[in-house]
Write a protein that binds this ligand. Structure first.
Ligand SMILES: [Zn+2]
Length: 315
């Protein structure tokens, strides 16, 4: 048999290669984290079995980004947002692995309550003004988790405002102040208190969700989970209850008192949350801290000097 001519073979190879290259089209995936645009619930991102949170109450800060198994595709030049009248905060595209964002914790925002866990509305208003004057934009805890896992668009100066326990005064006093700046919060609700006196109703929680807030679970009865053993009720039950009442996925959990040992953390991961928050001062978050994201509590007597000291961007 006559050997197949080399020139013809090369010709066909070129044709096939050209066809294959021509078929590939890059489809970049953009994640919008601008405030006010988070009305749609997040798609749950189930933690992978490889997640290994630090089995300690105070995970150490690591500034080394964790490489991911599935890097995001490089964005192409096709991304050109339409100019809008409203000025969106400047954002940058970050790759998965590490996110730098201060996470603040509040409880009450009231004129009358006298505990260290209450911030007077006037003081809270000063703090929100300070954040706005210094170019901060809010994102939610679910945003932080998704950015760590997938990367995406992050405001240049992000901050997360979290509120624990579901007090009515936050809705009455903090929410309107935050609305002036287009700020959203993440509200951690104790399941058993919803629709009870002095706490938030399903209707009010739905209003917050419609304004871009994230609702997370803060257990069912606010027990110390390290001591208790009713984790199914506290961690899974509260998630189901809130999801049933609110009709959105509950993706984030706040450990009561900021306490969680390795077993509690493991249980929270298996329960289907995408992240959880504790206490601490780190503002750099990554996969190792995804289930014990550090939050810094704002106490009643803190002045603006606290913000100058704690916040990463103060110019
Ligand atoms: Zn609490």
């Amino acid at each position: 048999m006559r050997p197949f001519p080399k020139r013809i073979l090369t010709f066909y190879l070129v044709i096939i290669l050209t066809f294959l290259v021509g078929c590939q089209t890059q489809v970049p995936v953009f994640i919008t984290t601008s405030p006010g645009s988070t009305n749609t619930p997040f798609q749950p991102v189930h933690p992978t079995a490889t997640l290994t949170p630090q089995p300690t109450h105070t995970p150490t800060n690591t500034s080394t980004p964790i490489p991911t198994e599935t890097p995001m595709p490089e964005p192409t030049n096709t991304f050109s947002p339409e100019p809008t009248e409203k000025t969106d905060p400047p954002t940058e595209e970050v790759t998965a692995g590490e996110v730098i964002v201060p996470i603040l914790l509040y409880h009450h925002v009231s004129e009358t309550i006298d505990t260290q866990y209450n911030v007077h509305p006037d003081r809270f208003a000063e703090q929100m003004k300070w954040l706005n004057d210094h170019g901060y934009s809010t994102i939610t805890i679910a945003d932080v988790a998704r950015l760590i896992l997938d990367g995406g668009e992050l405001p240049e100066r992000p901050v997360v405002l979290t509120f624990d326990d579901g007090y009515l005064d936050v809705y009455k006093n903090a929410y309107p102040i935050m609305q002036q700046y287009g700020y959203v919060g993440t509200f951690f609700i104790i399941g058993s208190t919803v629709d009870t006196t002095q706490n938030l109703s399903t209707k009010k929680l739905t209003n917050l969700i419609n304004s871009g807030w994230e609702i997370g679970s803060h257990s069912m009865s606010h027990i110390d989970l390290n001591q208790g053993n009713n984790w199914e009720y506290e961690i899974i039950g509260s998630k189901s209850l809130l999801e049933g009442k609110l009709g959105v996925p509950i993706l984030t959990f706040a450990y009561p008192y900021g306490l969680a040992d390795a077993a509690v953390i493991r249980y929270t991961i298996d329960a289907g949350y995408t992240s959880a928050v504790g206490l601490g001062s780190n503002v750099t978050h990554d996969k190792n801290t995804l289930f014990f994201l550090n939050r810094k509590e704002v106490k009643s007597w803190y002045g603006l000097d606290f913000f100058e000291d704690f916040m990463p961007w103060t110019e």
